[in-house]
Design a binder for this molecule. Structure first.
Ligand SMILES: O=C(O)CCC(=O)C(=O)O
Ligand SMILES: [Mn+2]
Length: 204
């Protein structure tokens, strides 16, 4: 894994009332390849249920909620108890925490099996993440397009998330924008890691 302090390109998205930066090649190619292979095997993926319009539907992707024992998380109104860290997910967490002065204590791992898997419009704005959460999103495998849309006004942006890249969302991004990954005609498999900090219960 690339060591702390190594240089890589950083691009800040020009979006009003948001802080989004993109770091292609955050992982070395060989580390990204190895991570995709390892995580596919070692992460206990399951198909989470999402509640929509009063109905319970299977999410169009596989997921796993991993984190410190106290980092329970409610997603789409379902409460998930974290599964234990794998060595690789902990290693990536430690690098993120050191490099960005973060305190990530959990990660939602999403597995997009092919182009039919997707993620609908949403914000990472669950109360347990606090008012201006930092989200660290590492992409492995097939490139997929990440779209952002302002909740008010017409601002939009999109960015292709490549193998080994890191996308950071900070500040008021979740308050002001929703994001999504659309279905596409054809795509290979992709694993995305969104690192988060779940605040201790009762702290908003
Ligand atoms: O797969 C992605 O790039 C986005 C995942 C995401 O938005 C989430 O896990 O909340
Ligand atoms: Mn999200």
């Amino acid at each position: 894994m690339r060591s702390q302090g190594a240089t890589y390109a950083t691009y800040d998205l020009a979006l009003a009332n948001a802080r989004v930066s993109y770091h292609p090649d955050w992982l070395r190619r060989s580390d990204a390849d190895a991570a995709l292979t390892a995580l596919r095997i070692e992460v206990p993926f399951e198909q989470h249920i999402v509640k929509m319009f009063g109905r319970e539907l299977k999410a169009p992707r596989l997921s796993a909620w991993i984190g410190d024992p106290g980092a329970a998380y409610c997603y789409s109104r379902v409460r998930y108890t974290p599964k234990p860290w794998t060595p690789l997910l902990a290693q990536i967490r430690d690098r993120l925490n050191a490099e960005f002065n973060a305190a990530f204590n959990s990660v939602l791992v999403n597995y997009y099996r092919d182009g039919r898997d997707s993620m609908g419009w949403h914000s990472d704005d669950e109360p347990e993440l606090g008012p201006a959460p930092l989200i660290g999103s590492v992409s492995l495998g097939a490139t997929r397009r990440f779209k952002l849309k302002a909740k008010r006004g017409g601002a939009r942006a999109q960015i292709d998330l490549d193998h080994g890249s890191l996308l950071l969302m900070a500040g008021a991004t979740q308050e002001n924008y929703v994001h999504a990954i659309d279905k596409v005609q054809a795509a290979g498999e992709r694993i995305n890691l969104t690192y988060r900090r779940v605040l201790p219960q009762g702290v908003a």
